[in-house]
Ligand binder design. Structure first.
Ligand code: F0G
Length: 429
């Protein structure tokens, strides 16, 4: 049976080439549903391993290498790829692992993608699907990374990109990217949630194809963060996967990936998912802490602007991912995020603020006895250090309002004299 779009609420199915984002019947979220019985005979660890030695452009991509699990009947010629994925799985130095509170910590660095964030994994599949349905314009609301990625992938295949930002809350590196890649950039006088509502309306009224993570093809690509990480680990499953939660696309994609890999026998057990939100942008945490009695929304505020989201579009799918994996949700303060970021940065790895919520979250969950200190933990770093240089320089110059940096690395200014330099060597403070 071919893969179909399937509504997670009413179960209605639609052919893959219908240009729909949510269920036309009930408005529910759609999944790309695969025939797992048929796939069982097709995919194997050996198939993916063999492709590591290939120069074929789809085999070289850390997304399309796993194409049977994403798009079994992919029209190959339409695939738009920048060789995304293939990101490093770092083993944290003991100092960083100690800070997190665990003996064994690995960091899957999605900031090493072509535009510097995990979004490229979802955009290679999303823009490919835009071509398959014949779109010539694509649109997204973004806190900055989705837009940078969409602008790049659209430009690669000569598509028009319409990018809508919440005015004033997008990190410098990200705005620069989508301006440079030639998108039509629109600042919306509202927050991310209002901007997303606007682009959803636009996508239903105008000839533009929506590429936010509501689009189920985005999530198919983002599944490969899990698939590639497990491949890198010889399919040895960790105890915990830790991810920051904003619009909850990644959390949803990770749940689907793990569920399918387990059903297909590519992994023998499921890891637990830990979703970390910023205290000021914590709707999922609030609902989780109340045992799902209410679906909360908040007016979001956090220094980690990537996850400054108060009404996550993929709420229901993230909840399903937590149920599949026995997962947990927690929240961390901006102070904890920025201090954890300083540790990740000073370990030579580096990431943007939202990504550091993972290490801050692990610290908290170890403290609370949820994660055991001897657990095998993988955290996903979602964006590159250079995405938000402003946050870095303000932290280290101690000029962030309401924050007291614990690991500030202050800049020194000296006259051009050897004794002044020598004094710094003996007394760096
Ligand atoms: N980390 C980074 C660096 C992000 O850019 C985002 C989301 C997240 C984490 C949260 O991921 O939405 O899948 O839960 N950025 C979106 C954007 C919203 O527009 O770039 P999520």
């Amino acid at each position: 049976m071919p893969s179909v779009l399937k509504c997670m609420d009413c179960g209605q199915t639609y052919p893959l080439d219908r240009p729909i984002i949510t269920c036309p019947a009930c408005g529910g979220l759609l999944d790309v549903a695969h025939d797992l019985d048929a796939l069982r005979g097709t995919v194997s660890r050996a198939l993916f391993e063999g492709r590591l030695a290939s120069w074929d452009r789809l085999d070289r991509s850390g997304v399309w290498r796993y194409r049977e699990l994403l798009y079994p009947d992919l029209p190959r010629d339409l695939a738009v790829t920048r060789g995304e994925g293939n990101t490093t799985l770092y083993t944290a130095q003991p100092r960083l692992a100690d800070y997190a509170g665990v003996r064994q910590l690995q960091l899957k660095h999605e900031g090493e993608n072509p535009t510097g964030s995990f979004k490229d994994r979802g955009m290679t599949t999303g823009v490919t699907q835009a071509r398959i349905v014949g779109a010539s314009s694509v649109i997204c609301a973004s806190t900055g990374n989705t837009s940078a990625s969409m602008a790049s992938y659209a430009a690669i295949c000569d598509m028009q990109a319409l990018v809508c930002f919440p005015v004033g809350y997008v990190a410098l590196g990200k705005v620069a990217q989508s301006v440079a890649y030639g998108a039509l950039n629109i600042q919306v006088e509202g927050d991310f949630d209002e901007t997303l509502a606007l682009v959803q309306e636009a996508a239903s009224e105008l000839p533009v194809y929506l590429l936010n993570s509501l689009n189920p093809f985005r999530l198919e690509g983002q599944k490969t963060i899990m698939i590639e990480m497990l491949h890198q680990r010889g399919w040895h499953v960790p105890d915990w996967i830790v991810v920051p939660g904003g619009n909850l696309g990644n959390s949803s994609a990770f749940g689907k990936a793990l569920h399918e890999l387990h059903a297909l026998g590519l992994i023998d057990r499921l890891p637990r998912l830990a979703i970390i939100q910023a205290e000021g942008a914590n709707p999922l945490y609030r609902s989780y802490a109340e045992n799902w009695q209410t679906r909360h929304t908040v007016r979001a505020e956090t220094i980690a602007t990537a996850i400054r989201i108060g009404s996550p579009a993929n709420f229901a799918k993230a909840r399903r991912a937590l149920e599949w994996t026995g997962g947990v949700v927690t929240e961390v303060s901006d102070q904890a995020i920025m201090d954890a970021k300083a540790r990740i940065d000073a370990a030579g790895i580096g990431c943007e603020p939202a990504s550091a919520a993972t290490v801050a979250g692990i610290r908290r969950l170890v403290d609370e006895g949820v994660i055991a200190p001897d657990a095998d933990v993988v955290a996903v770093l979602t964006g590159h250090l250079l995405k938000d240089p402003d946050a870095v320089l303000k932290y280290h110059s101690e000029s962030l309002p309401a924050l007291a940096p614990r690991y500030a690395n202050r800049m020194h200014t000296i006259p051009p004299a050897l004794d002044a330099l020598a004094a710094l060597l003996t007394d760096p403070l």
